[in-house]
Design a protein around this ligand. Structure first.
Ligand code: PEP
Length: 249
């Protein structure tokens, strides 16, 4: 039985004041969340604040990205060992905004995945197709390619310590959620592809769905057999909306 994970990706949003209000409200309601592990991923600079507010609580935290190198002359970057010092459990790698806006390749994403594991944290590896790719019916090829880059570098056993988030790009921040069956189909494809190499890794792997998850559609998505929770963007910025999703877990 896989545990449900609901992870909030705050993206480039928040301030010291808004985070204080948001986390106080999340902590006030977290007692009503029975089944899901709950995580939040703030911008880097707010990690110390988030760590202070969440330590000794059931809510864990992570980062939205990481450098593929551990240290050195990489101006502007933040390394996995640094994130580990601030108590991060998870690191999102390969989010579609990193891939499309910053041109991060499958291979580069795989190196970030490796850096996260080296430092003892769990990558949340994002995969997913664009609208054009879905319309061309190449969703499975795209997701397989993104997955295979990580397996080629790290081996299939590395997926034991990781989470995969299937996020169709056309559903992110658009209000166009994949239907539960559309999402389930791709989740099952991911699990079967991994099972072909290692059935036990595939069975234990948490595969999250991301893309316009809200309080009113989360339960139906999470009820699907291969959907083990959600990666939540916009709705993770409002405590009431985020908690409603967490309770659906
Ligand atoms: C995301 O950015 O990972 C995401 C799923 O965003 P949203 O929930 O806003 O679609």
């Amino acid at each position: 039985m896989r545990q449900t994970l609901v992870a909030g990706n705050w993206k480039l949003n928040g301030s010291l004041a808004s985070i204080d209000g948001l986390l106080k409200a999340v902590l006030a309601g977290i007692g009503e969340v029975d089944n899901a592990e709950v995580a939040v991923c703030p911008p880097y600079v707010y990690l110390p604040t988030v760590q202070t507010m969440l330590k000794n609580s059931p809510v864990v935290w992570g980062a939205q990205d990481v450098c593929d190198e551990d240290s050195g002359a990489y101006t502007g970057e933040v390394s996995a060992p640094m994130l580990n010092e601030f108590g991060c459990k998870y690191v999102i790698v390969g989010h579609s905004e990193r891939r499309s806006i910053y041109g991060e390749s499958d291979e580069f994403t795989a190196r970030k995945f490796a850096a996260t594991r080296r430092a003892g944290m769990k990558p949340i590896l994002c995969v997913g197709e664009s609208l054009e790719e879905r319309e061309k019916a190449v969703t499975e090829q795209v997701v397989a390619r993104q997955l295979d880059a990580v397996i080629a570098l790290e081996g299939v056993a590395a997926l034991t310590d990781c989470v995969i988030a299937y996020e169709p790009v056309w559903a992110i921040g658009t209000g166009m959620t994949a239907s539960p069956q559309q999402a389930q189909d791709v989740h099952a494809f991911i699990r079967q592809r991994i099972a072909a190499q290692d059935a036990s890794v595939a069975d234990k792997l948490q595969i999250l769905y991301g893309g316009s998850v809200k309080g009113n559609n989360a339960a139906e998505l999470f009820a699907k057999p291969d959907i083990d929770g959600g990666l939540i963007g916009g709705a993770s910025l409002q405590a009431e909306d985020f908690l409603a999703i967490c309770k659906a877990g």
